[in-house]
Write a protein that binds this ligand. Structure first.
Ligand SMILES: *Cc1c(COP(=O)(O)O)cnc(C)c1O
Length: 498
């Protein structure tokens, strides 16, 4: 299996190259040259395997340049009960008749990013070894909260790597800040930026392309790579849990083998829902893919009209991991839907970076509405949904998941489609305690995030994740805060190359 760039169909690399490089030099994203198939017999077969074995089974179809032993090394190190709270890795909760919550947040940082970022470091270091790269891999991450912590946990003390995370000083929740500033590990660095998420992101991008930095890295046997969801090594692990969930539901008699399941995904960068699309293209019987957004509803408009327009106001919401106006992974979908038309992709994405807007063809609009449904809701609807689910089912969900539930309710009302449905639950409610409590316990308030945690524990059946409880006693290691102009200096100094 080879991987092509969405901006140059003639370029071909193997998966080790795609993963260690992160992004293609032409600015395109790596995509598999064909989609491997998956039969119902195989789905039945994997239902008898552990999560780690299920993952290995799927990875063998995509990472054909990896040996079986290399794949097993990666999956064994990632999907185990040292890292995840439960043996199932991804749990399925029954919400109401025919609707299932796929809980993707039982990993070390309590958000679904762990599903991919626990394994990415092993994919990366294995890829580098295969390519005989003898450089240390340096990961730079700009984060609005969840990715940074998940990447830190994934890369901490992984030999041959070093990681640095930048977050907006006043742009993350207090729990997210505590998670990052108390991070353990000898190869990690965390720094607050006096600015917003965009400042962090543009600062990181500048360092990646800075000639002086590049030269210094080269001289010191270091190389940059990306832990962002543009990296194929982050997308492929996400395909696994949709297949795994289907296999489990079929084995438990919840669905008939072959029955179509809808999937609802709270969406930001379009990575998670794209993974569901890949699973469907492999042959997994999935129905509608329902794309749920918050009030930053650029994707809702795009799927409904074919016009992508980021020229709009940016809102900070109570589902901050979806506060995003450029959904990078859409490029992969459009490459596939356009029949791998790389010239067309170059045109659209040049327009996006120059004018902030592009419009797809009628043919693609038709394909989009065939595969996807899109909707959005605002913060008050999000909180009303958290309360409603709590009152009806005694289930406490986080703000991102609530957006998905609300859009799914709208979908059912609009279409009358009552097919069984999986809702991707992307974060633990404990991670967004204050918004969750505003919804279900509005009279309670406290400046102490652990008082909030205790209150949710009183109201829900969900145990406080150990990893969050433990933070209370961990010393703060990273207190630095710098201007964005100082980022490159900070990186050079941390790497001892200045
Ligand atoms: C990152 C994130 C999302 C968005 O996922 P994408 O793959 O970027 O679409 C949704 N919910 C939570 C909690 C997240 O951390």
């Amino acid at each position: 299996m080879f991987y092509k760039s969405t901006r140059n169909s003639n370029l071909k690399v193997d998966s080790a190259q795609a993963i260690s490089q992160g992004i293609s030099e032409d600015g395109g994203l790596f995509v598999p040259e064909s989609i491997p198939s998956l039969t119902l017999d195989e789905v039945k077969h994997i239902s008898g395997l552990s999560y780690s074995e299920r993952a290995a089974y799927i990875f063998k179809k995509f990472l054909t340049d990896f040996t079986d032993a290399e794949i097993q090394y990666c999956t064994d190190n990632a999907y185990n009960t040292k890292n995840f709270e439960t043996e199932n890795i991804a749990e399925i909760a029954h919400l109401f008749d025919g609707t299932y919550m796929l809980e993707l947040w039982h990993g070390p940082t309590c958000a679904f990013k762990d599903m991919a970022l626990q394994i990415l470091p092993y994919f990366l270091t294995t890829s580098a070894k295969k390519l005989k790269i003898d450089k240390k891999i340096v990961i730079l991450v700009a984060t609005s909260g969840d990715t940074g912590k998940a990447a830190l946990e994934g890369f901490k003390d992984v030999e041959g790597t070093q990681i640095m995370v930048f977050y907006p000083e006043n742009g993350v929740s207090s729990m997210q800040k505590r998670q990052m500033t108390t991070q353990e590990g000898s190869n990690v660095g965390v720094c607050a930026i006096k600015g917003n998420f965009d400042d962090c992101q543009s600062g990181v991008k500048k360092i990646f392309t800075d000639d002086e930095v590049k030269k210094a890295l080269e001289e010191n046997k270091l190389m940059f790579s990306s832990a962002n969801s543009i990296n194929w090594g982050r997308l492929v692990p996400q395909v696994v849990y949709y297949i795994s969930a289907y296999a489990s539901l079929a084995a438990d008699g919840e669905i008939e083998p072959g029955e179509k399941l809808n999937v609802v995904v709270p969406t930001g960068n379009f990575g998670n829902i794209l993974a569901a699309y890949y699973a469907k293209k492999m042959g997994l019987p999935l129905g509608k893919l329902i794309c749920a957004s918050n009030i930053n509803n650029v994707l809702t408009d795009f799927i409904n009209t074919g016009v992508y327009d980021r020229n709009r106001k940016f809102y900070a919401t109570c589902s901050p991991s979806m506060d995003i106006l450029i959904s990078s992974n859409l490029e992969r979908l459009l490459y596939m839907l356009s029949g791998e038309n790389d010239a067309q992709i170059r045109e659209w994405f040049t327009a996006l970076s120059n004018e902030g807007r592009y419009e797809v063809t009628d043919d693609i609009k038709a394909k989009l509405s065939e595969e996807f449904y899109a909707g959005f809701c605002d913060d008050s609807e999000t909180k009303a949904t958290i309360k409603n689910i709590y009152d009806k089912y005694s289930y406490v969900c986080d703000t991102h998941t609530a957006v998905a539930v609300k859009v799914y309710e709208d979908y059912r009302r609009a279409t009358g489609d009552t097919a069984r449905t999986i809702i991707a639950s992307t974060a633990s409610p404990y991670k967004f305690s204050s918004s969750v409590l505003e919804a279900i316990s509005p009279d309670f308030s406290s400046d102490d995030e652990y008082a909030l945690v205790d209150r949710i524990a009183e109201l829900s059946d969900i145990a406080v994740p150990e990893s969050l409880a433990d933070l209370k006693n961990k010393p703060v290691r990273f207190t630095g805060s710098i201007d964005k102009e100082e980022m490159s200096d900070f990186v050079m100094k941390s790497l001892n190359i200045k």
